[in-house]
Every structure is written in C-alpha cells, then in structure tokens.
Design a protein around this ligand. Structure first.
Ligand SMILES: [Zn+2]
Length: 300
C-alpha cells in the first residue's frame, strides 16, 4: 500500500513470478527469504488489514456467518490487504494497480458514508454519484497514464476530505461533552497511527541504502524483519484505518444494516430511538452488548 518514485529493483534472487515489472519496489530485498514471495515481510504484514477487517466486521452478531458480518467498510479494508499482499508477493504491475485502486476504493466508501450522513435522500444520491465518479475518473486516469503522482494526489485529497468531514461531524453536532471528547480521542489516535505510518514509509525509501540494508545484515534474520519499515507502514495504516472506520460507524450510526446513506428523516428517527451513547460505543462494547443496545433501540 502506498508507493513512491524511489525504486529498489535489481536484487540478486529470482522467484517464481519472474522479474519484477511493478513501478514500485521497496527496500526489502526481492526473493531473499523464499522464491515464492518477492517481498516476504511486506507481504506478511498485510495480514494486519485482514485482522482488523474481521476484528471489527461492522454488522451485528445476529448474522450467521463471519463473512456476512462484514459491512462495506470492512470489505474495503479486506480488499486492501488482499490486493497489497498480491502486489508485494509478486511485484507485478497488475497487482500493483489493484493495490493502489483498492486504497481509492476504501476512501470512496468512507466518503460516501460520512458525506451522505443525515442528508436528504436526493442530495445523498447526488453526493454518492459525485464520490464514485471522482474515484472512477482518478482510477482510469491513473491506470491509463501509470503516473503514481496521480494516484498519490487522489489518495491524499481523499484522506484530507475524510479528515475534514470527520472533524466537522465530531465538533459541530450537539452532544454531551464527554461523548465529543471520546470521539475526538478516537480520531486523533487514528490520525497519530497514520502519521507514524507515513513517517516509516518515507524512512523505508529514504534510509534504505546504505543504512537500513546494512543494519539488517548486521542483526541477521529473523531480527532483520523488524527493520522492514514498509511492513510497519502496513501495520500502522491498518490500525489507523480501523480506528477511522470505527469512528465512521459511530458517527453514522448505521453499522447494523450497512447502509451508506441515510435520508434526514430516518436518520433523526434512528438517532432518537437509540440509547444515548450507543453510537459512541458501537464497536468498542462486546458484540453481545451492542446487539442488546440495538434491540432496545429498535423496540422503542
Ligand atoms: Zn505496500
């Protein structure tokens, strides 16, 4: 996940996927651990996205299977993990596009949730159409040109739009002071994870040669794996994204049915019907307690 114009191809080993064709190639040495996985740690660390997608699936435990408990936000996060894993395992350009587009797809889902929240039905449809037209346009232009700057700009703009809207939803709405403080704490925790992730992503590329590779050789395997900083980028972005996704669910108060847009009328009815702090506690209470709260809310 995430790429830059520094490129570390040309390593000695060859693997089953053939010579790397991807525009991005990170500091980890290609096929250094096994010939089946190009970047071992950068591939394994994508399990963090999968872990968080299933840890906070978004839907009620009343759903029968694990898969049916995943809402669209969790599906988006899972897709990022799978696409990123495929890219780092093979270092082929096709999976790299899948990885990069999955990031835009996840931000598209999040934008639809938070920008449609409590809007009238007609306006919700217009916003949703605008979000997906933008995501699709940026994706097509990026794949057609192969220019990573287009992808980075689109992703950066999406993250900024999500951040601004989340802060607006946290601070502009009337709610008890403590609830606002807890929502804000969750936002800033997520933002701190993402900022740390951005720092290690840059460090992996900027400090690769000679520092990181020399240090890895000095400490030897398996300790060298801890110095694969792009792997830490995956872990930290997964933790940050999971925090933000939980926050989106809390603010939108719609994780039970997984709908992305709520018309004004129904949104306010649902908010009145819910126990006072149920939105805040969604995702942090035990699943059984969440289900109980939702049952109470829907029976009022
Ligand atoms: Zn990556």
């Amino acid at each position: 996940m995430g790429h830059h114009n520094r490129h570390f191809a040309g390593d000695a080993h060859v693997g089953i996927w053939g010579p790397p064709t991807s525009a991005a190639n990170f500091c980890e040495e290609d096929y250094a651990v096994t010939r089946f996985i190009a970047e071992f740690m950068n591939t394994l660390s994508n399990l963090a996205y999968v872990y968080f997608a299933f840890k906070y699936p978004g839907r009620s435990t009343q759903e029968t299977s694990t898969i049916s408990r995943l809402d669209s936000l969790s599906w988006g996060l899972l897709l990022v993990g799978l696409a990123s894993g495929a890219f780092h395992a093979t270092l082929r350009q096709g999976p790299q596009f899948a990885d990069d587009l999955s990031m835009l797809f996840l931000t598209g889902i999040m934008m639809q949730y938070i920008y449609c929240q409590n809007q009238p039905a007609g306006l919700s449809r217009v916003i949703a159409a605008a979000v997906w037209f933008s995501v699709a346009s940026a994706s097509l232009v990026y794949v057609h040109s192969g220019d990573i700057i287009i992808h980075m700009s689109a992703f950066g703009a999406s993250v900024a739009l999500i951040g601004v809207r989340l802060l607006q939803l946290i601070y502009r709405r009337q709610r008890p002071e403590q609830e606002t403080a807890e929502l804000a704490a969750r936002f800033w925790t997520g933002a701190a994870y993402l900022a740390a992730a951005f720092a290690v992503w840059n460090a992996d590329l900027e400090l690769c040669v000679p520092l990181l590779r020399a240090q890895r050789q000095r400490v030897g395997w398996p300790w060298a794996l801890a110095l694969e900083l792009h792997g830490w980028w995956h872990v930290l972005t997964a933790a940050g994204a999971a925090q933000m996704i939980q926050l989106v669910r809390s603010l939108c108060n719609n994780d039970q049915n997984g709908r992305k847009c709520q018309p004004n009328k129904e949104g306010s009815r649902r908010q009145r019907a819910s126990p006072p702090s149920s939105a805040l506690h969604r995702g942090i209470l035990p699943k059984e307690s969440q289900a109980d709260l939702e049952r109470i809310g829907s029976s009022r």
